[in-house]
Design a protein around this ligand. Structure first.
Ligand code: MEV
Length: 415
């Protein structure tokens, strides 16, 4: 399209003007974009037009591995932070959440077109140390940081393709660039020295070698609601987690609740939430059908929650370096390493899940959300900070309040 020819060569003002003409934006709409521009981000992404901001809040009440913690969360969903804090509070009434990193290696693959799996397998076996060395030579500094390529597997995909899987400890980094450089160097070595036909080399987001496990107990006394005893609520939560194991329809929503917390925390920590999402959902399907990630059981007279998930996160590098709020968020969360980041993300996810399940099996999700939903309705209708409480009050008195009701209330108030 002529209008966008060499768009990426234009300077900021030219780009904004092209977009404004293309979409027929009025002055107010152009200002909305121009006023939020950040010169630094102009070179962070291609064709930069504005900063798109999301609210950040702090979920409280966490005890993780014996330490009091709070979790910065970036989300646009009104109920998420309240629910995470509520879940964390319930776990804190025993001895809090316990989280342990099982492994934190990145996985990458070289896809090789070959009909002879045995030959490739034999080559890798006989040259194992040399292949690992070749991978490490592509990013030598990782060894100084305590990491490096750890193991290689060869997997037969079908009659014509194999995957050579490389597992790399990328230390505190997210590591996408590190592992991709290693894979490309290794692929080129294998193609030259063993005459293999390489299709491609790339990290895998199926991060099965980067697992964290979180557990926590909730005393029955924390769970009673709406005349249902704590023990009975606990039993219903156990049933709800069972349903997420046997029904993919429910599992998807169950896991969405967990990811409400994890994504929001991962975003606040400047990490790649798309990578986390794809890894987690692939892991949820590892048994052949899509299942809930967490499980609740009753143990020693309390509700016991557990979850093991893959989380491929980075404490340094990437966006953690570029987005200035990330360093502050790391300080607020009191995380000082990749392991602590993984532990906290998992703890936030399980707390989020507990709060959702408790609400679902007792009063339902709508009641708890109502106040927040009315607030966001009032805000969408244009209520300002001073008007908000009054508009929400009036909306609560209506049977099925909608946007038009909110607008009418605001109009009356402003008369
Ligand atoms: C809403 O964003 C998340 C829930 O649907 C999660 C769940 O159903 O477990 C409440």
């Amino acid at each position: 399209m002529g209008t966008f020819k060499h768009f990426y060569h234009k300077n900021y003002d030219e780009r904004l003007s092209i977009i404004s003409n293309f979409a027929d934006l009025n002055n107010q709409e152009v200002d909305e974009f121009a006023n939020s521009k950040n010169q630094k981000n102009n070179s962070l992404i291609e064709n930069y037009i504005t900063d798109y901001s999301l609210p950040e809040g702090i979920a409280v009440n966490f005890i993780i591995n014996g330490f009091n913690k709070v979790a910065p969360m970036v989300t646009e969903e009104p109920s998420v932070i309240a629910a995470a804090s509520n879940g964390a509070r319930m776990f804190s009434k025993s001895d809090g959440l316990h989280a342990k990193v099982i492994s934190h290696n990145l996985t990458g693959q070289i896809i090789i077109k070959t009909d002879n799996y045995n030959l490739l397998y034999g080559y890798v076996k006989n040259h194992y140390a040399e292949l690992l060395r070749t991978a490490n030579n592509a990013h030598k500094s990782i060894i100084d940081h305590g990491g490096g390529a750890k193991k290689i597997h060869v997997r037969k995909l079908d009659e014509h393709y194999c995957s050579l899987d490389l597992f790399v400890d990328v230390a505190e980094a997210m590591g996408a660039n590190i592992i991709n450089s290693m894979l490309e160097a290794l692929a080129s070595f294998i193609s030259t020295n063993h005459n293999e036909n390489i299709l491609m080399s790339i990290l895998s987001n199926y991060s099965i070698d980067s697992l964290v496990r979180v557990t926590g107990k909730v005393p029955f006394a924390q769970l009673g609601k709406n005349g249902i005893s704590g023990e009975n609520v606990a039993k219903k939560i156990v049933e709800a987690s069972h349903i997420a194991q046997i029904d993919p329809y429910r599992a998807a929503t169950h896991n969405k609740g967990i990811m409400n917390g994890i994504d929001a925390f991962v975003m606040a920590m400047g990490n790649d939430w798309r990578a986390v999402e794809s890894g987690v959902h692939a892991y949820a399907s590892r048994n052949g059908s899509y299942q809930g990630l967490s499980k609740f059981t009753i143990e020693d007279g309390a509700l016991f929650g557990e979850m093991t998930i893959p989380l491929s996160l980075g404490f340094v590098g990437g966006a953690t370096k570029v987005l200035p709020k990330v360093k502050v968020n790391q300080k607020i969360a009191k995380v000082q390493s990749k392991n602590e980041l993984m532990q906290m993300a998992a703890a936030v996810g399980l707390s989020q899940n507990l709060a959702a399940l408790k609400a679902l099996v007792t009063e339902g999700i709508q009641k708890g959300h109502m106040n927040l939903q009315l607030k966001s309705l009032a805000m969408s209708a244009g209520a300002n900070d001073e008007e908000l409480a009054h508009v929400v009050d009036k909306l609560r008195q209506l049977a099925n309040p909608n946007l038009q009701d909110a607008q009418t209330i605001i109009k009356k108030l402003r008369k």
